[in-house]
Design a protein around this ligand. Structure first.
Ligand SMILES: Nc1ncnc2c1ncn2[C@@H]1O[C@H](COP(=O)(O)OP(=O)(O)OP(=O)(O)O)[C@@H](O)[C@H]1O
Length: 238
């Protein structure tokens, strides 16, 4: 077997990643692997470097000083807290922006996210939750090997958020991208992820592999135990 054969099969490989703003290391020698199809949730206090890591993986930080090794696949999609839809383009045109040959797949993606029949709507005719569904369709129509999501449900009400959890689980089961989800919501991380990591001052300080059976319930004692350890790592005493 070739050396590092296991690592070479990872979808994401980060080694000793450093990112600095004004001399201050916001990511401070971070290592991370994400396996194909693995769903990793990233928790951390405000300012711990979560978005900085996501932007580095997305290749959106060319103007930022840093070092380290970073390997990501060619097909990466990113979903943000706001849907970032183009207001002057109809829903289907937003989904297939830049890939007009994918119109049929775009329609299928809209159907998958529960928006069949809304292809011709304008973004401002949709609710916040529906706009995030379009953003998910837009990311998945590109069949990414890696889906990066920065608090994608952070602006949604609690009920819509729960529905989006069910949807995201279904989409990930169907498309099997590796996922890195940044969230502030510990329960959301435990419900969705195969593995939860906690970032503090630019380093991973805790990691939990979630083996609870699906659908996961916060009422499960195992869930409460994981939550308690993660809150501890986040410096929150309950
Ligand atoms: N463009 C920038 N210029 C200078 N400092 C920055 C810049 N972007 C981020 N930072 C700093 O880097 C640190 C990490 O920011 P980052 O946005 O990655 O944190 P975060 O964990 O995502 O926080 P939050 O949960 O509040 O979104 C913060 O202290 C922030 O002020």
């Amino acid at each position: 077997m070739a050396p590092n054969a296991g690592l070479l099969s990872a979808t994401v490989q980060v080694r000793n990643l450093v990112r600095r703003y004004d001399e201050r290391a916001v990511l401070d020698g971070l290592d991370l692997d994400i396996a194909p199809g693995e769903f990793v949730a990233l928790l951390g206090k405000s300012g711990s470097g979560k978005s900085t890591l996501l932007r580095a993986l997305a290749g959106l930080d060319h103007d930022v000083e840093g070092s380290g090794e970073l390997a990501v696949p060619a097909q990466v999609s990113v979903v943000f807290q706001d849907s970032r839809l183009l207001p002057w383009a109809r829903v289907l045109d937003n989904v297939v922006l830049g890939i007009p040959q994918a119109v049929e797949r775009g329609r299928e993606s809209l159907e998958e996210v529960g928006l069949a029949g809304r292809e011709k709507a304008w973004p401002n005719e949709l609710s916040g939750g529906e706009q995030q569904r379009v953003a998910l369709a837009r990311s998945l129509v590109r069949e990414p090997e890696l889906l990066l999501a920065d608090e994608p449900f952070g602006a949604l009400d609690a009920l819509t958020r729960l529905k989006m959890h069910v949807l995201l689980r279904k989409l990930c089961a169907a498309h099997q991208p590796a996922v890195l989800l940044v969230t502030h919501d510990v329960d959301e991380a435990i419900v969705l992820a195969d593995r939860v990591i906690v970032l503090d001052a630019g380093r991973i300080v805790a990691e939990e592999t979630i083996t609870l059976p699906a659908p996961r319930s916060a009422a499960d004692p195992g869930f409460a135990a994981v939550r308690s350890r993660l809150l501890d790592a986040l410096g929150v005493s309950v």
